[in-house]
Design a protein around this ligand. Structure first.
Ligand code: OGA
Ligand code: MN
Length: 229
C-alpha cells in the first residue's frame, strides 16, 4: 500500500489537467476542493523564493471592503498583502497557471470566470483573519476563491489553519455542522465558491505565507467598467 500522496507535476499537461479535473469534481460534489501537494513544485518554489525576496515595504496592511469602503480593521484581520502582477517571473508563472485552471473550469463547469486577481499574504506571529466570506450574493463579483500555501514544514503547533465552515443549504434547514480545517502546508491548494463558504484563518504562531486569489465574472456594463480589485 502506498501511503505517500503522489505529487501532481504541473509541467506535464496531462498531469496538470488531471489535477484540474480533481478540483472540478470536488467543486461539483461539495463546492470546495482541498488538494495537498498539488501546486507544481517548481512553481511553488519560485513563488516562495519570490515572496521571501520581496522588500518588506511591498506588503501593506490588508483592509476590508473595496475602494472607497476599504478600511483597516484590527479586529477582523491583521495580515499584510502584496498584489501579484505579471512583472516578475514568479508572478507571471502563477498568473499563467491560474489562467489554465480558469480555462479548464470554464469548460467543465460553465462558470463564466472572466478575470483573476490575487495577492500574496503574510501573517506574522499572532496574525489572523476572522470568519468572513469573500463575496456576497448579488454583488456578482467574486465567484471562486483559490488559496495556495507556501510554508515548508508547517506543523500542528504552528497554528494558522484555515477553517472552512459549511455552506448553508438552500434545500434543507439542517445545517451541516462539520467544519473543515486545512493546514497551510507548502503546495496545498484550496478552491471554494466565494459566496458559499464562510472561513477564517486562526492565529499563526510563526510567519505564514500564502496566495489568495479570486476568479470574477465580467460585471462591466456599457461604459461602467468594473475592473478587478
Ligand atoms: C483571504 C483568506 C485564507 C488563507 O485572504 O480572504 O481567506 O488561508 N485567506 O490564507
Ligand atoms: Mn477569505
Amino acid at each position: 500500500m502506498n501511503l505517500v500522496q503522489p505529487r501532481l507535476v504541473g509541467d506535464d499537461p496531462i498531469q496538470s489537467s488531471s489535477l484540474f479535473e480533481l478540483i472540478a469534481n470536488d467543486v461539483i460534489d461539495k463546492g470546495f476542493s482541498i488538494r495537498p501537494y498539488a501546486l507544481p513544485e517548481n512553481l511553488t518554489d519560485m513563488l516562495l523564493q519570490h515572496i521571501t525576496q520581496l522588500p518588506d515595504d511591498y506588503f501593506k496592511r490588508a483592509g476590508v471592503g473595496r475602494a472607497k469602503d476599504h478600511i483597516i480593521n484590527d479586529f477582523i484581520r491583521t495580515d499584510e498583502i502584496c498584489w501579484i502582477t505579471g512583472n516578475s517571473d514568479a508572478g507571471s508563472a502563477w498568473i499563467n497557471w491560474a489562467g489554465e485552471l480558469q480555462g479548464y473550469l470554464n469548460k467543465r463547469l460553465f462558470l463564466g470566470l472572466f478575470s483573476f486577481e490575487s495577492h500574496f499574504s503574510h501573517y506574522a506571529k499572532g496574525d489572523f483573519y476572522k470568519k468572513h466570506k469573500d463575496a456576497f450574493k448579488g454583488e456578482g463579483n467574486r465567484v471562486l476563491s483559490v488559496v495556495v500555501y507556501l510554508n515548508p514544514n508547517w506543523s500542528a503547533e504552528d497554528g494558522g489553519e484555515l477553517v472552512i465552515y459549511p455552506a448553508k443549504s438552500s434545500t434543507s434547514d439542517i445545517i451541516d455542522e462539520s467544519k473543515v480545517t486545512v493546514t497551510p502546508n507548502f503546495g496545498t491548494i484550496v478552491v471554494f465558491l466565494s459566496e458559499e463558504f464562510p472561513h477564517e484563518v486562526l492565529p499563526a504562531l510563526r510567519d505564514r505565507y500564502a496566495i489568495a486569489g479570486w476568479f470574477r465574472l465580467n460585471t462591466s456594463i456599457a461604459n461602467n467598467i468594473d475592473p478587478p480589485r
